[in-house]
Design a binder for this molecule. Structure first.
Ligand SMILES: [Zn+2]
Length: 269
């Protein structure tokens, strides 16, 4: 499933009307270092805060469209970019989004690319991160879910000290004991097809349409939210919306087939 870009922008408007201030992910880690509030709020502020994360898996042009629409509203968020197997990034989109004032980061899949070889993955991660930094500044990173790969990237950077590679942190290392994590992984918010994108802590566990998400968040009486939206799932035109929905349906069917195959293998053991 996918949603029109205007539905995402309406959700941002809902968040702001509800009093939430929108921030890129790096602000969370800077606040952690400072040991107080958010990096841009006073220490004793209880201002509700929404951290906006975008993993750019495919179609960087849709990330640019989303980034431009956010910037028009005076909102800055974080865009994480993947590279291909030859370490090539979507450079033009990255530079444009950085120029708009958004945070740019690296969306890694080093462990799934090295098929679980952790030592090779650490070396690969360092080279890919350097290639990303040759294009745009990077102070935070996020893992690519790679739901059909045997090795999960989700806990990869736990074995790397962020300071050793000049990083503030990994987006999966945010503390969700008092923060809500909402992602469109699997096709929509709270999708049952989300296999790996579940941090420990408070998550949305049932599907909620974008127009009703703010109402649901309000019911949680929580003042910190991380909202993760993949730009490819929020196109501006309806033909692309249909295409994105069909892509998600095919991906979810593949995940179901994989799970069914694995359970047959496990029961055969
Ligand atoms: Zn991804």
């Amino acid at each position: 499933m996918a949603h029109p870009l205007h539905a995402y922008l309406a959700l941002l408007d809902d968040l702001r009307v509800a009093g939430f201030h929108c921030h890129p992910i790096r602000d969370y880690f800077m606040a952690q270092r400072a040991g107080q509030g958010t990096a841009t709020e006073p220490a004793d502020s209880h201002t509700p805060c929404a951290y906006l994360r975008h993993d750019v898996d495919r179609m960087p042009a849709r990330a640019v469209a989303m980034a431009e629409a956010e910037a028009e509203r005076g909102i800055r968020s974080t865009y994480y970019f993947r590279c291909d197997a030859r370490m090539r990034f979507p450079e033009a989109a990255m530079r444009r989004i950085a120029d708009l004032g958004h945070e740019t980061g690296f969306h890694y899949e080093s462990l799934s690319r090295t098929r679980g070889d952790r030592a090779a993955a650490i070396e690969r991660f360092a080279r890919e991160l350097a290639a990303c930094r040759a294009i745009v500044p990077v102070t935070t990173v996020s893992p690519h879910g790679a739901p059909l790969a045997a090795s999960s990237n989700m806990d990869f950077t736990a074995s790397i000290a962020p300071e050793s590679v000049n990083l503030l942190g990994d987006a999966t290392d945010m503390d969700y004991s008092d923060m809500l994590y909402v992602t469109d992984t699997g096709g929509t918010f709270g999708s049952p097809h989300n296999l790996r994108d579940w941090p420990a802590g408070r998550c949305l566990t049932r599907p909620v349409p974008p127009a009703r998400l703010m109402g649901w968040i309000t019911l949680q009486t929580i003042t910190q939210v991380t909202l993760s939206c993949h730009p490819e799932r929020w196109p501006a035109d309806y033909l692309s919306l249909l295409h994105a929905s069909l892509r998600d349906a095919a991906a979810n069917a593949a995940k179901k087939f994989l799970i069914a195959s694995q359970s047959r293998i496990i029961s055969a053991d």
